[in-house]
Write a protein that binds this ligand. Structure first.
Ligand code: MN
Length: 129
């Protein structure tokens, strides 16, 4: 198993925060700033986990999740997807899960929660033997 994480997020501040936090643990981060390019990156690279913002400038995160799950690249049917929802409205989480996301976390992003959520699927490289 690799250690490559794709983050699909249009907010540059969140992107930088997550990039620093995950690279500090030894992960490799691929960055996509809209939904369509995120799907393309997932299809063109070996990705071990997807972090997915819901509010994106082109297609929303629910649509991204559905595209990943129905991709002709079969690995994307199983890649873990963590949705990052901006508003804690109850429907968001349920919509994310029904679109194919495995879990969700809400903004603002808490670094310790982020590490824990990611590590539940992909062990941190610096902790591997
Ligand atoms: Mn956004």
């Amino acid at each position: 198993m690799g250690n490559t994480i794709l983050y699909i997020e249009d907010n540059p501040d969140n992107m930088m925060l997550v990039k620093r936090a995950l690279e500090a643990r030894g992960y490799v981060l691929l960055e996509a700033f809209n939904g369509i390019s995120g799907v393309s990156l997932a299809e063109e690279n070996e990705v071990d986990l997807v972090l997915l913002d819901i509010n994106l400038p082109d297609i929303d995160g629910y649509e991204v999740a559905r595209k990943l799950r129905s991709s002709s690249k079969t690995a994307l049917a199983y890649v873990p997807i963590i949705a990052v929802t901006a508003n804690a409205l109850k429907g968001d989480a349920e919509k994310a899960l029904s679109a194919g996301c495995d879990v969700y976390m809400s903004k603002p992003i808490n670094i310790r929660e982020l590490w824990a959520r990611v590590e539940a699927f992909v062990p941190a490289p610096e902790q591997k033997k």
